[in-house]
Design a protein around this ligand. Structure first.
Ligand code: OFO
Length: 168
């Protein structure tokens, strides 16, 4: 049985993962409209990943005799300026999500829920990889320079093909 506080904070996280998925979907669509095929593919895949994270939480709560609450859809922004600025936003969002995951782990410890604490370890590791992946993309963008976006777009495509940069 899940402690009430843990059930509540996991349900808050379901909403955040759902929003992450919508946010990356919106970014993917924005990038696709601008002709960035590699960037949009990366973001479409990332949106799927986030949905998978949400489902993982839904199933876990229900398995532990809690009640997962499926949230309504919050509308994400539709315009992201330029590609570099957009990836800065992805990194800031992932840092925010990492903070939420840490908060859940603290709640588990305070509530002596070591089962959920161990379940959350997967998310802790995932966040380290995701943040590192987005940082690698920003480094590449800086190296290539903002005038070489075509190259960058091709490059991010091959990063995906190799299963790198947060795509796991
Ligand atoms: Fe971006 O990762 Fe979910 O948790």
């Amino acid at each position: 049985m899940l402690p009430k506080k843990v059930e509540e904070i996991l349900n808050v996280q379901i909403r955040k993962e759902d929003y992450s998925s919508q946010l990356y979907l919106s970014m993917a669509s924005w990038a696709e409209n601008k002709g960035f095929e590699g960037v949009s593919d990366w973001l479409f895949a990332q949106a799927e990943e986030e949905r998978m994270h949400m489902l993982k939480l839904v199933k876990y709560i229900n398995e532990r005799e809690g009640k997962a609450v499926i949230p309504g859809i919050d509308t994400p922004p539709a315009d992201f300026g330029d590609v570099a600025g957009m990836f800065e936003k992805v990194l800031a969002h992932e840092k925010y999500i990492s903070g939420s995951i840490n908060e859940i782990v603290s709640t588990c410890i305070a509530e002596n829920d070591f089962t959920t604490q161990s379940f959350m370890q997967w998310f802790v590791t995932e966040q380290i990889e995701e943040e590192a992946g987005v940082r690698a993309i920003l480094d590449k963008l800086n190296l290539l320079g903002k005038n070489n976006l075509y190259m960058f777009d091709r490059d991010i495509m091959s990063m995906r093909a190799r299963g790198g940069a947060g795509q796991n």
